[in-house]
Each structure stands twice: as C-alpha cells, then as structure tokens.
Write a protein that binds this ligand. Structure first.
Ligand code: SAM
Length: 193
C-alpha cells in the first residue's frame, strides 16, 4: 500500500534537504483553508513563544508572528534559512537541526505552540522526534502537525504521504488529539499533552 519510498538518510537529513532547496524544490504553499484551520485550533498568541520545526521558506513562522506569537522558525537547510530570512526579514529564523542540535540552544525552554508542516513524514527517528517535541511543549501547549496521508481512493501512496502506523504513533498518548481534514490526503493534527 505504501509503494516506493523516497530514499532518506537514516539519521540527519541536512544534506538531503539542502540539495533539494538548492535544486529549487518548493512545497505546497499555505492557503486560506489551512490558515483558518490553524487559527481556529491555536488561537492568538498573546506574546507566547512558538516553534516552527522545519520552517522552510518561513511562511508559517511569519503567520504565527502575525497571530501574535513570538515565533522561532528552525530549519536544518542553510538555503531554506537564507530564503526565509530574505522573505520574512522580521521573523526569527535559525539554522538548527531538530534531530541533532541541543535544544538548550533554542531561545525559550518551552513553547506554547510547536508546529511541524510537511516535516513529520521525513523524521528518521519518529519516537525520538516526538519525545523532543513533548519536552519542549509548555503545559497547556499544542503541537500542530500538517502532513499528507494516503488517500485509499488513490493508488499507490505517494512518497510524501505519512504511513498509517506513523500517524498512529503521532496521535497516541495525548490528552486531546483533534484532526482537521483539508482534503482527502492532507491532514492537520492539534495534539495536546
Ligand atoms: C517538505 S519541507 C516543508 C517546509 C515548510 N514547513 C513548508 O511547509 O513549506 C521540509 C523542511 O523541513 C526541514 N527539516 C527536515 N528535517 C529537519 C530537522 N531535523 N531539523 C530542522 N529542519 C528539518 C527541511 O530542511 C525542509 O526545509
């Protein structure tokens, strides 16, 4: 059912992502429906810190700033960081590998919101990735994940679709797990510890 998967380094994907950005690969832009879903689930920031893991060109980081969060966007690919800073000069964008770098280097010890858009599917060690997120979520915080999933009406699964088992892992063990479908194969998850 899952079909061929894109080869991905077992640990640490910086070279993979940097090459993709340098080759000009770009990703699905935020649209109104997704922006409204995020706003509805997360609410306004009121100056609270937010972390956007794998921020790419920084559109979601900038959206969080506009919603009143003190957002930090992190990405492991230098070209993405350069692009994000150029597109959103006021945003706090940092070169940071969430899998490898020390979370103590982040500007806040905890975040009211952590977002992860089109990134979770690619995390090499998903349990470690999720543990890292849980350690950084403030009490009452929300983990917002956007990911492609396999639409059973469409065969085969695409390489960028999260596996059903990975979605199960993602959504397990939270006090509240809400799902918002943006289409047959795009999901948002609002996860609360
Ligand atoms: C498919 S792109 C999505 C970019 C952006 N979130 C968006 O929605 O347009 C995945 C991004 O995650 C970044 N990334 C992947 N693994 C990462 C990690 N361990 N730490 C930081 N960034 C990571 C990649 O460099 C890439 O920019």
């Amino acid at each position: 059912m899952s079909g061929a998967r894109t080869p991905y380094p077992a640990r640490g994907g910086t070279s993979y992502w940097e090459a993709a950005w340098q080759q000009g690969r770009r990703y699905r832009p935020l649209d109104t429906a997704e922006t409204e879903a995020l706003r509805g689930h997360l609410g306004t920031g009121r100056g609270r810190p937010a972390l956007d893991i794998g921020c790419g060109e920084g559109a979601l980081t900038a959206l969080l700033d506009r919603l009143g969060y003190r957002a930090v966007g992190i990405d492991c690919a230098p070209t993405a960081v350069t692009d994000a800073r150029a597109r959103h000069p006021a945003a706090d964008i940092r070169l940071f590998d969430f899998d490898a770098d020390d979370a103590a280097r982040l500007p806040h010890p905890a975040f009211a919101v952590i977002t992860c858009r089109l990134v979770y599917r690619w995390a090499a060690d998903k349990p470690a990735f999720l543990s890292g997120v849980r350690r950084l979520l403030a009490p009452g915080g929300v983990f917002w994940v956007v990911t492609s999933v396999h639409d059973p009406a469409q065969e085969p699964a695409r390489s960028w679709d999260a596996e059903a088992s990975d979605v199960e892992l993602l959504t397990s063990g939270w006090s509240k797990a809400q799902v918002h479908a943006l289409g047959p194969s795009l999901r948002c998850y609002a996860l609360r510890p």
